[in-house]
Write a protein that binds this ligand. Structure first.
Ligand SMILES: [Zn+2]
Length: 504
């Protein structure tokens, strides 16, 4: 059974109980039911494949057919369940419909958990999930029931301002429309030209690093160069955007009323789900993701498309400004561009070939050296103690992001040094007695300034791929001889340790 002092599980139990009571259940019965459901969820969590084992995508690629899958796991009528879901999008699944089973061991063990659970708890579990998904669309009385759970998870107290909630809902429902509206108002072609030239420079840096990599054999190197050549880039938003008419047509089914939020949410959730299901029969669209996310303060590398996208929302301070010295732009958004390019060649990106398909394109001995080089990063970050969370980072789960941070900073710095040769040293910042090199690293550090509650720090360390901001800076800078030189850190001092890790 679970540890009874776990505050998140206790908060979840209270939340489930209170929702049931608010919907009319007896308090004592609801309390027992809630406890049983949380126990069941804890059992399911125990058979769930640990995050550390989810980084091998070859293991997760287990193609089968719907009929085979249904036969192998006949303890639930998965075929009818899936057919019913897809039916809402007017898609009938044939017996020979190909499906990929990511975690067969989970389905094997699930049977056992289900066999040991009573029907009431199972039904309650579904009922609770159904109700919980709709709480945010209900009146304040219901929404308040979530506060305790949210506080236990994130440390944030109370309710979010209404405008934030409404904005999230609108963005979630109409991402393509919001993205277009944002880029129309807040995106300039001058910024696009500047960042596009940065992308070219930084990709060239990665190419040089690849060519210099003497730990890698020529066969693997040739494949890696091909992959880099084939990588596509979206800066700001896709070049071809949806017309206003296309956007209107896309959302034709989303009929909204002005006086019933719950009904609007029902309509939205149903239509968003149908749009997702319909993708099963549609060809891959490589611009779709960026068309939905242009407004986000983010950048991404998509393995299955071999594509880097730098969203328009990120092309603003502190990451970027047309008025910043070049050093700050390369330390800011340049660092992120390099980070995304490097993802194509981290432990997961390295499993995907230039066309976005899983492919063992590495010679075995090169993959093995690559693994050793990554181990250095895994150990380095795994040894960082995060005071706010009162625990060490998970070096395995964060390795891809850490490798990308380390490579990204190095690539962007190289690109910046070459720009200096072309353009000459530009303006410095008035009032700050810092060199351009110092500004580069200061700008890199500034983008990860932030503060975090203890609860959200624990959640991040336990469940996320990204190291907390503090270590996204300390890690790459400790590994960077360029940083040590720029700030005159003596050899062997904390920010210039003798042992340095380098994958790329
Ligand atoms: Zn990343």
């Amino acid at each position: 059974m679970r540890p009874r002092n776990d505050s998140v599980l206790m908060a979840l139990e209270t939340y489930l109980r209170d929702v049931a009571v608010e919907l009319g259940a007896d308090h004592a019965v609801a309390a027992q039911d809630a406890k049983d459901v949380v126990d069941l969820e804890t059992e399911v969590a125990k058979i769930t494949v640990p995050k550390e084992e989810k980084r091998d995508f070859f293991k997760q690629y287990n193609p089968t057919t719907l009929a085979e899958f249904a036969k192998n796991y006949s303890y639930v009528d998965f075929a009818s369940a899936l057919r019913k879901v897809f039916c809402t999008a007017n898609i009938y699944l044939e017996d020979d419909q190909e499906i990929i089973v990511q975690f067969p061991s989970y389905y094997k063990k699930l049977q056992d958990v289900l066999n040991h659970s009573d029907k009431r708890t199972l039904m309650n579990s579904f009922g609770f999930k159904f109700a919980a998904a709709k709480i945010n669309s209900l009146s304040e009385k219901f929404r308040k029931l979530r506060y305790g759970l949210m506080e236990a998870l994130s440390g944030k107290k109370g309710i979010e301002p209404r405008w934030k909630t409404c904005l999230q809902v609108v963005v979630g429902a109409f991402p393509v429309g919001v993205s277009k509206a944002y880029t129309r108002q807040r995106f300039s072609n001058d910024s696009k030209a500047y960042v596009t030239s940065m992308v070219k420079d930084i990709a060239t840096s990665f190419k040089e690093i690849l060519l210099e990599a003497n730990w890698m054999g020529n066969k693997t190197k040739a494949k890696a160069l091909e992959k880099l050549e084939a990588m596509t880039f979206i800066v700001g938003h896709p070049d071809v955007r949806f017309s206003d008419q296309e956007i209107n047509e896309k959302y034709l089914q989303f009929v909204m009323t002005s006086d019933n939020f719950y009904k609007n949410m029902e309509t939205t959730v149903r239509n968003v789900r149908i749009m997702k299901l319909q993708k099963l029969k549609e060809p891959r669209d490589d611009t779709e993701h960026a068309a939905k996310k242009s407004h986000e303060v983010n950048a991404i590398y998509i393995w299955r498309q071999n594509q880097v996208a730098i969203f328009a929302g990120m092309m603003q301070p502190p990451y970027f400004s047309e008025t910043f010295p070049d050093s700050m732009n390369y330390g800011g958004i340049g660092f992120m561009i390099g980070h995304e390019i490097t993802h194509g060649f981290d432990d997961i990106g390295g499993q995907y070939a230039k066309n976005g398909k899983l492919d063992e394109w590495w010679q075995p001995e090169d993959w093995s050296t690559f693994k050793d080089r990554r181990q250095c990063i895994i150990d380095q970050y795994g040894n960082y103690f995060y005071k706010t969370a009162e625990k060490n980072l998970n070096g395995i789960n964060t390795q891809g992001e850490n490798v990308a941070d380390n490579g990204g900073l190095k690539e962007s710095y190289r690109a910046y040094k070459k720009l200096l040769k072309r353009k000459g040293t530009g303006k410095l910042l008035p009032g700050l007695n810092l060199t351009q090199d110092q500004l580069f690293f200061l700008s890199a550090a500034q983008i990860w300034c932030g503060k975090q509650t203890k609860e959200s720090a624990i959640l991040q360390v336990d469940s996320q791929d990204h190291s907390p901001g503090r270590f996204r800076i300390i890690g790459p800078l400790q590994n960077s001889p360029d940083f040590a030189k720029a700030y005159n850190c003596p050899a062997g001092s904390p920010m210039n340790p003798e042992k340095k890790c380098s994958v790329w």
